[in-house]
Ligand binder design. Sequence first.
Ligand code: RNT
Ligand code: ZN
Length: 418
Amino acid sequence: MSNPSVEKAYQLAKERYAELGVDTDKAMAALKRIPVSLHCWQGDDVGGFESAMGLSGGIQATGNYPGKARTPDELRADLDLAYSLIPGKHRLNLHAIYLDAGKKVERNAIKPEHFASWIDWAKGKLHGMDFNPTYFSHPKAADGFTLSHQDEGIRKYWIEHGIACRKIGEAFGKQLGTTCVTNFWIPDGYKDMVVDKKAPRERLVQSLDAIFAEKIDPKYNLDAVEGKLFGIGAESYTVGSHDFYLAYAVSRGVLLTLDAGHFHPTEVISQKLSAVLCFAKELLLHVSRPVRWDSDHVVILDDELYAIAQEIVRNGYTDKVHIGLDYFDASINRVAAWVIGTRNMIKALLAALLEPTDRLRQYETSGDFTSRLAMLEEVKTLPFGAVWDYYCLQSGVPVGPDWLAKVKEYEANVLSKR
Ligand code: RNT
Ligand code: ZN
């Protein structure tokens, strides 16, 4: 593909960045190596293919935009379109309820074979895959408790689900030749005043220890645990809080997951990366956008997204921080939602890679905070968009808003017929 105005703008931008000691070609080469894990659940409002049971667990997809995927084939077709509009090679983050088994399989009995069509697809398209046990939308999670449940039988069922999921993660890792991150999030919590906050947490420790007892080669599968502040119907107490999982992850050597929507409204995950990574070996991010609550809005290029990317790039964390997305908006075209959020994540990473960080660091270490602030502000209006456009052009994906026409066409020809 050639596009003279995009190429010309890039050459000028390249010169501007070079004046600050930034190599734009190098930045784009580095960007190409950073995968983003697209969450399958944006494609069908976290429905999955296991049963028609509605979404539970205190999370909610609002909206009823037509055309959601109803089968694994439809979901893969939608994903294929999304990936074709996003520069670079990216991963898929699959939830256990998206199995393609052709029959009902109990969650504690799921096996890699139930995900064979996903593995084949990922192999063919060169996507790595990540995985998630599903601890919601199930009769055995109906009272809001799973791994911390008082009932031993229910705990056992969910422990078995966790064990089964790690084996599926291991199979993904082996068959796709790239490590799978298997992320554990459970909805357990109480709506109202709690007397015994200790017992459920002690039970959760035991359940998790049982799930992680078997060692799996970290080349194939890494485990992560995701804490949360509250959910709908579990406003007063969450068993797996951030503090709980931070301590658990560090003491057990598993990954910690930081979801952007799982903290108090003014608390941001970008501030946490360098703190947690002094102790935890790796992190998984659920990049999301909370609007007043954990609303899981589509990720936009806002200050926090820039800040997350800056922390990853400035600190050299690209191998330690696994970037996953986690949002579900059912009020707009779902393929567009993937494309918008993922392109934004990549844009933020590019912006961070184009930062004259060495120079900023020098200002800081020499105590010249005036220059630090001045430069940080000047950087904001450098011709970053010209580099982004060129990166898209080079990657063979639409430049600027041109991708939208492809989504509209697909909506008219495919989605509107569902
Ligand atoms: C819920 C968590 C969790 C889910 C997905 C579907 O608050 O963020 O990560 O969004 O597992
Ligand atoms: Zn999440």
